[in-house]
Design a protein. Structure first.
Lengths: 315, 752
């Protein structure tokens, strides 16, 4: 861990301003991912702006009938919230399938969206990784990539986004609210929030320099059966091999996938084909997939999951 | 005392305390944080500096340039050691001045290679495996040392390495200590066998994954070195450190009083004690080193991968006619072979047998012992192959195993009987308790909603190893018995069972016994390895206590042979005296030691068991969840059923890991273990562990020691993974021969 300076911001806008002004700044919230990466010197911020004390820890109803989740709401609290459990159960289920109770007690809503990939080469400083050292190459492409991405990849990066929460937010059409260093705010649809790797896999979101997530808006509830199925290599405390967040009801379904791409994967056009069955959905949803011998199983697995979820929802 | 004939009736048989469950006597210390681990002797090592090992970023080649200037200038740095300035050390082949431990220090009582525990560090530019020590940075704080370690700039000339066992296996050679075993005529018997299978299984490299990382504190007082380190066998640690540094072993004191798990990874020393000792000597102050979790995977050792070909042939009556087991494994030149055919020598009858092991050189990190080396992976293959042949024969897997039971060493014949062998009873008892009769022999037939349900079984065998072991005992005037021995407790319960032996022998309650372990200033002991610790260390203590009893009886004026020790009193001939009065304020001390004769040669000695597993396989995702397990063990006297049960539960848990998830993935381009942390190297978590039960059969093995016990720590893992794999087959019809059985492999073979 490199020596760094630390400050607590007084307001979200101040936090954003400081982060923009101080070179090498990072926000620190729960720290469950950032601190590990700092110890490994994969992240080497010179300055940490603590955003834990900015009043961003509330869950409030919105005028539109939805919920506004403060960026600092802990994963544990969000999963346990009565309104979330009642109206957005897929989110609650996704959260509870991630990490451990101890980590969820610390991890925040904003931080969860910003967690870095778990690609093993990202974690090994002696090996090339375009995400860690832009331009150094991608060791994963010809290496151990069983759990890496099959959709939206590039020849620079095949990392996945490890979040479960984000997959549920994607299926719920959440929007991410931010404040910028100049004090302006904006809302970014979750579909656009995370980027595909392209030629710049180290740039993972649409956030500008210093821009701080202040909250996540959920639209009014949409009913239906809420399902989060996470396929993993052990019963708990493992990142998804493939996951599916689904809201299903007779005749309609929303389907988002985790573990397949650099961002939660959802293709609305595929959802229109649910009446034709999982194979039709998968054909459209997974068009353009690029697999390796090790991770090719993810596509049939995702299709099986889709079929199972559609059956559960009597779609 | 030499133990070379069967034990008769003795004090241990009275079973007043031995054989009963006692919770761990060190439990309160551990749960309250008062039991110090190697890195925690803060007040004994004041003003310690912190060392961080810089590991090689390549797997094979040479350092061509190394620039330490930036690291040396970094805040707090007091020393940067590389091959350019490291003191000369000594490798394998160089015994420490004054010699190593006694000759009887090997599995079968054979001699040992001098200096075989030596681990010289930073002795040249050559890189032999990934994360080998290439520099050592010492600073005022751990954080400073860790940061400065990243500032050591190293340039390498990379050489092509050998990282792929499958590609290298045909270059393998027969290891010196594992000759081929060829009995009868395997080839013709196998060719003629009416029913046969010829299958190849693979097992991956596995990591010990103990909680406590390797850690050491070194402190010099003049030319006397004290090392607090985490080591399973104290005198091996002493030999390794003294041998490497080239100093007399009397100048090295090793203390490992509490150990946070080992599983074999702490049978050898690695960079931490040597570099701590070298730096502490140079700096004139104590130095602490703990490996980081990622370093453990590539800097230390692992269980090596195997490729195993099983050829089994049987008659239509189900009797095995031919047993062929070929094992291929790889290691660094100094590393040993993974003897995965070991159990096949003894487990089943059959006149024609061919067992061969071939070891090839690989440039991966050192492969070494991990919980039940040999058997743990050998049984993963053999016990699935047995099921495959049973299925072919249309026989029940349990009946097939029972048909092929043997009561003598099938290689040597009836003149070498087993000391005890209750495999059949284990299988029968387990079948009854587990509800084996409800198993549908046809795979894929039982469903519970989305889940496919299957049941599997496997036999377990683990050779019973014995090792010379000594102890010192002292009864003081307050009536407290203090036991001192180098024996270690790696989480197994040594403290507790040795207290039980002492209490039984001297007729004391448990709270009048104190046990002190893991210090080289105590008498040399068996240590914790190969499941020999409980039986051997208890036997050494038994003889020490016998000597103490004789001394006390003599002091009391009693005839020692008919003296009774009970309720804090010694009695003989109708007279009785309080022990405290007899020993007086100065107390009485005694030492004792067990050495083993040729009973392990005259008798095949092994612990046996049967493992049962029920699994559920998700019919959609092929995820496997173990639902319940049962192990039935016959392992001689169970000194403490509670601690023995814990050992078995740990072994069963590790067996689930081996079956379903554990896999150190080799990047064959770069030659290192890629998934080097506990997030990516999966071991079972609580949610993976179901309802587990352990049954111990009543058994006494009078050929094993006066304690009549055998090891259970490794028996607990032997065969477990195969029972799980056989259950997965029963659930789904999928027979996966490449461990671990991950969902992608199962999904590809599931019928739907």
């Amino acid at each position: 861990m490199k020596p760094f300076t630390y400050q607590r911001a007084a307001t979200p806008a101040e936090a954003a301003r400081v982060a923009a002004e101080m070179p090498g700044s990072r926000f620190i919230a729960g720290g469950t991912n950032l601190l590990d990466l700092m110890k490994l010197q994969i992240e080497t911020p010179g300055h940490l702006v603590d955003v834990n004390h900015l009043g961003l820890d509330r869950i409030e109803p919105t005028a539109e009938g939805g919920l506004r989740i403060g960026a600092m709401v802990r994963n544990t609290d969000l999963a346990a919230d009565k309104r979330v459990r009642r109206d957005y159960a897929v989110l609650s289920r996704a959260l509870l399938s991630g990490a451990s109770a101890q980590l969820r007690n610390k991890a925040t809503t904003g931080g969860n969206l910003l967690q870095r990939t778990r690609c093993p080469y990202f974690y090994e400083p002696s090996k090339p990784c375009n995400k860690r050292v832009p331009g150094s190459g991608c060791a994963a492409l010809g290496g151990f990539n069983r759990n890496l991405a099959v959709l939206g990849t590039s020849d620079k990066c095949i990392a996945t986004h490890p979040s479960d929460m984000a997959v549920a937010m994607r299926v719920l059409d959440a929007t991410v609210e931010t404040v910028s260093p100049d004090g302006t705010t904006r809302s970014i649809p979750i579909a656009d929030f995370h980027r595909l790797p392209g030629d710049t896999p180290h740039i993972e979101t649409q956030l500008g320099r210093g821009e701080l997530i202040t909250g996540v808006m959920l639209p009014a509830p949409i009913g239906g059966l809420h399902v989060y199925r996470k396929v993993r290599d052990r019963a708990s405390y493992a990142f998804a091999v493939v996951s599916i967040a689904a809201v299903v009801a007779p005749g309609r379904a929303r389907l988002a996938y985790g573990g397949l791409a650099h961002k939660p994967w959802r293709v609305e056009a595929a959802e229109a084909l649910v009446a034709d069955g999982a194979a039709a959905v998968a054909k459209t949803a997974f068009a353009g997939a690029r697999t390796t011998p090790e991770n090719a199983f993810k596509l049939p697995l995702a299709q099986r999951l889709t079929a199972s979820v559609l059956a559960d929802g009597k779609v | 005392m030499k133990f070379d004939s069967a034990a008769g009736q003795n004090v241990i048989d009275q079973g007043r305390i031995v054989g009963k469950s006692y919770p761990r006597v060190d439990g309160p210390l551990k749960v309250s944080g008062l039991a110090p681990y190697a890195h925690e002797y803060h007040s004994d090592a004041p003003n310690a500096a912190y060392g961080v090992i810089v590991g090689a970023g390549i797997s094979k080649g040479r350092i061509t340039a190394i620039d330490t200037s930036e690291a040396e200038r970094a805040p707090g740095v007091v020393l940067v050691m590389t091959h350019r300035n490291a003191p000369k050390q000594f490798g394998i082949g160089h015994a420490p001045p004054g010699g190593t431990g006694p000759q009887q220090d090997e599995k079968d009582g054979g001699g040992e290679k001098p200096g075989r525990h030596n681990k010289p560090q930073l002795q040249g530019p050559e890189v032999r495996h990934f994360d080998q020590s290439v520099a050592f940075v010492v600073a005022e704080t751990f954080e400073q040392a860790r940061d400065a370690a990243r500032l050591v700039r190293i340039t390498y000339a990379v050489e092509k390495g050998r990282f792929d066992l499958a590609a290298e296996k045909d270059k393998g050679e027969m290891p010196e200590d594992t000759p081929d075993s060829n009995v009868g005529n395997f080839d013709s018997a196998f060719a003629a066998a009416p029913a046969k299978i010829d299958v190849t299984y693979t097992t991956p490299d596995q990591a010990h994954s103990m909680m406590e990382p390797h850690a050491s504190i070194a402190r010099w007082d003049g030319d006397q070195l004290t090392l607090w380190t985490s080591h399973q066998i104290i005198h091996w640690g002493v030999d390794g450190v003294a041998g490497t540094l080239g100093i007399h072993k009397d100048k090295v004191r090793v203390i490992s009083a509490y150990i946070g798990g080992g599983f074999g990874s702490k049978l050898m020393i690695y960079g931490d004690p040597i570099l701590a000792a070298l730096a502490a000597r140079q700096l004139g102050r104590p130095v602490k080193v703990a490996l980081t979790r990622p370093q453990i995977y590539n800097h230390t050792s692992h269980r090596p991968a195997t490729i195993q070909r099983l050829r089994l042939g049987a008659g239509i009556d189900g009797k095995l006619l031919a047993i062929g087991h070929d094992v291929w494994c790889g290691n660094l030149p100094e590393g040993e072979a993974e003897n995965a055919a070991d159990q096949t020598k003894l487990l089943y009858a059959g006149a024609n047998r061919l067992l061969r092991t071939r070891k090839t050189e690989l440039d991966l990190p050192l492969g070494a012992s991990m919980r039940a080396p040999g058997e743990a992976v050998g049984l993963l293959a053999l016990e699935c192959a047995m099921d495959e042949l049973a299925e072919k024969l249309g026989l029940d897997p349990i009946e097939f195993r029972i048909l092929n039971d043997t009561q003598f060493d099938p290689e040597k014949g009836p003149e070498r009987p087993f000391s005890t062998r209750h495999l059949v009873e284990c299988l029968r008892t387990g079948a009854d308790k587990f509800g084996w009769s409800k198993r549908n022999p046809k795979p894929g037939m039982v469903r519970d909603g989305r889940w496919l349900i299957g049941i599997g079984v496997a036999s377990a065998i683990r050779n019973n190893l014995v090792m010379a072991s000594g102890a010192r005992v002292r009864l003081s005037g307050d009536g407290v018995l203090t036991i001192q021995t180098q024996m270690t407790d790696i989480g197994t319960g040594s403290y507790t069972i040795l207290a039980q032996i002492g209490a039984e022998m001297l007729g004391l309650p448990m709270d009048k016994v104190r046990v002190e372990l893991g210090d080289s200033s105590f008498p040399q002991s068996a240590g914790s390895g190969g499941s020999w610790g409980a039986n051997s260390a208890s036997a050494g203590l038994y003889y020490a206590c016998e000597n103490l009893r004789n001394a006390i009886a003599q002091r009391a004026g009693f005839n020692s042979t008919d003296s009774q020790f009970a309720d804090g009193k010694v009695s003989a001939g109708g007279r009785s005296r309080n022990l405290a009065d007899v020993v007086g304020k100065d107390g009485i001390s005694a030492e004792g030691k067990v050495e083993f004769g040729d009973l392990t040669k005259r008798f095949a000695q092994a612990a046996f068991g049967a493992h049962f597993a029920e699994v559920a396989v998700d019919s959609v995702t092929a995820e496997v969840r173990v639902r319940r397990m049962l192990s039935v063990c016959a392992a001689g006297r169970i000194i403490n059923p509670q601690t023995a049960r814990s050992q078995c539960l740990g072994g069963m848990t590790m067996g689930i890991g081996a079956a379903l998830m554990e896999d150190q993935v080799v990047d064959k381009r770069f030659g290192y273990f890629v998934n080097h942390d506990l997030a990516e190297y999966h071991v079972p978590v609580h949610a993976d562990i179901p309802d587990m039960e352990v049954i111990f059969l009543d058994e006494l093995d009078d050929k094993s020691s006066p304690i009549k016990a055998k090891g259970v720590g490794e028996l607990g893992i032997c065969g477990v993974g195969a029972a799980v794999a056989n259950a997965v087959h029963n659930a789904t019809g999928a027979r996966i021969r490449d461990y671990p059985l991950t969902l992608d492999k199962i999904m590809a073979k599931m019928a739907v």
